[in-house]
Design a binder for this molecule. Structure first.
Ligand SMILES: [Mn+2]
Length: 315
């Protein structure tokens, strides 16, 4: 059921024990939104836990609260809470986080593919990041921004907008970022931490770049990483941007073969609706940034993705 921002804020205000979760393969928005909301609610004396069913990349250790994020365990007794807040995704992408909690569900998201099917949903696809919505919720609840809250929320906004470069960046984004700076967020510290890569990852990036292929008459290009290449690189953050910058390319693709029949695909576009293409494979996202998982081997997945993009482009 879709509810208003005011109602979502009221749900949060009324709850005493709250569990927060976000999506697997967590990014800056998933982590920043979760921790920012956690600090705001803790500041009101509430009991709050954060679950993410995945490893948390080490670059996020720059954020306060990094160490309190828990990974859910199978077969443990369910945590009874007043509210289970799912951030930055619909409830189907949180791994087993949902299995460890028994509570009313409040889903807060900015993905256009989120249909608002949770018990309570507040989805605003006009916002660049879920962190922007968390900012609005904290204001709606009448709370002040501490340095911790500001750093976490700033990180969510900065990473989801490509550090204020993508087309989802709005005047609201800029005003919010400025205000968060006034409350203690330090952009240069956060961006330096987010950009940091290990020597091995940069060497892996060089190998991955060798796989770039153009298709659709040069209007699309992809990085196609087979199992061996994927296994050798722990973090592919920013790889797709190297494809995106190629002259004439509208759609950039990153395909990673994680297992025998499991490939993860990310797409970025400058115009074409890639959320639609991702949805065709059971995935989702935004018009200009989307992803999906294909239960196919490397060659089949590569062929299927290229074909779907070609069809969408009418080439
Ligand atoms: Mn997001």
């Amino acid at each position: 059921m879709n509810i208003s921002l005011k109602e979502a804020a009221r749900n949060l205000l009324e709850a005493e024990k709250i569990v927060i979760a976000s999506h697997v393969n967590p990014d800056g928005d998933a982590i920043g939104s979760s921790l920012g909301l956690m600090y705001a609610l803790q500041g009101m004396g509430k009991e709050v836990m954060v679950f993410i069913d995945d490893d948390i990349p080490a670059i996020f250790s720059v954020l306060p609260g990094y160490e309190v994020i828990r990974r859910p365990e199978k077969g443990v007794e369910k945590i009874r809470a007043d509210l289970f807040v799912i951030l930055d995704t619909s409830p189907d992408r949180i791994g087993i986080s949902g299995d460890v909690v028994e509570a009313h569900v409040l889903n807060i998201d900015h993905h256009v593919t989120n249909k608002g099917e949770a018990e309570f949903s507040y989805v605003d696809s006009g916002r660049a990041a879920t962190a922007e919505i968390v900012y609005e919720l904290i204001r709606e609840m009448g709370r002040e921004f501490t340095g911790e809250i500001a750093s976490c929320i700033y990180t969510g906004i900065a990473t989801d907008t490509g550090f204020f470069r993508y087309s989802n960046t709005t005047p609201f984004t800029m005003r919010t970022a400025a205000e968060l700076m006034e409350h203690g967020a330090r952009p240069h510290i956060i961006s330096e931490a987010m950009e940091q890569k290990s020597y091995a990852v940069v060497k892996g990036m060089a190998a991955a770049m060798q796989t770039i292929e153009r298709f659709c008459n040069g209007r699309a290009a992809g990085l196609f990483m087979d199992r061996e290449l994927t296994a050798g690189i722990e973090n592919t953050e920013g790889f797709i941007d190297m494809v995106r910058v190629i002259e004439g390319v509208d759609v950039a693709v990153l395909l990673k073969c994680k297992e025998e029949k499991l490939c993860r695909v990310s797409m970025r576009s400058k115009g074409l609706d890639v959320a639609k293409i991702a949805a065709g494979f059971g995935g989702g996202g935004h018009v200009r940034a989307a992803g999906c998982t294909l239960e196919m081997d490397f060659a089949d997945a590569k062929r299927a993705v290229m074909q779907a993009i070609e069809e969408a482009m009418g080439a």
